[in-house]
Design a protein around this ligand. Sequence first.
Ligand code: URA
Length: 255
Amino acid sequence: MESTLDPHTALAMLEWQIDLGATEAIGETPVNRYETPKKQPKLEVKEEASVPSAPQAVDAGEAARKLAEAAESLDDLKAAIAGFELCELKKGARSLVFSDGVPGARVMVIGEAPGRDEDREGRPFVGRAGQLLDAMFGAIGHGRNDDAQPIYITNVMPWRPPQNREPTPDEIAMMLPFLERHVALAKPDVLVLMGNVSCQAVLGKKGITRLRGNWVEALGKPVLPMFHPAYLLRSPAAKREAWADLLSLQARLRS
Ligand code: URA
C-alpha cells in the first residue's frame, strides 16, 4: 500500500514509536521472502517542460536576512524564526528551540542544534551535553539562571536535524542571518562557540582542535571556540583543554 504521509510526518511518527519503546518494524501482511521478485516496472522519465517565465526561486538566505533585520527585539526575532518556512528542518521538528538563560548576559554560548531532549522541551542544552555544559560554567561561577553571573545560550540551528545529523552548510548559511541578529540583540560581551558547527557558522571555518582556546574577533565580539560538551562526554581526556579555556574565559571577563 502506498503511503499518503509526507516524509517528515512519517519520520516524526517513527521517532514517536521509538520513544514509546518500539524496537521492531513488522508489516500488517506476511512477506514471502522466497518468492521470485516480480519485474520492476520501468520508470518513465518525462522531459521537463520548459517554462519561459517560471517564477524566480525564493532566495532563502535573503528572505531570512530581511526578516532578521526587521526584528527589533528578541521576541520579534523568535517570532520571525517561528514564521520562517524555508528551512526543511522545521518540518521534522517538534519545537522551535530559541534560547535559554538570561538575555543581556555577558557570555553568550552558541551550540550546534537541538537534539531529542531539546526538541521535546523547546530549550537548548537540556540533555546530557547540557548538564555537562552547566557543570562547566558552574565551575567558573556562571549559570544559565545565575543572578550574579548569568549566561545566555542558543544554537546555530533552532530546529532539530533528523537523526541528530550535522546541519548542512546550506542550512547553516540560510539560518546565519538570524544568528547574527540574535547576537546583535542579545548584546553579550563575549561569544563562546561550542564545537565545529558554530565555528563554521560564525568564523567560516572548522578545525576545533586547532581553533579552541584561541580568542578571535567575529560579529564585533571577542570569540572563544571550545570543544563541544558532547565531544567531551565521548573524549573525557579533552576536559583538560576545556578547563584551560574556561579559565581563559574567566580571566577575560575579569580584565
Ligand atoms: N547540542 C547542541 O549543540 N545544542 C543543544 O541544544 C543540545 C546539544
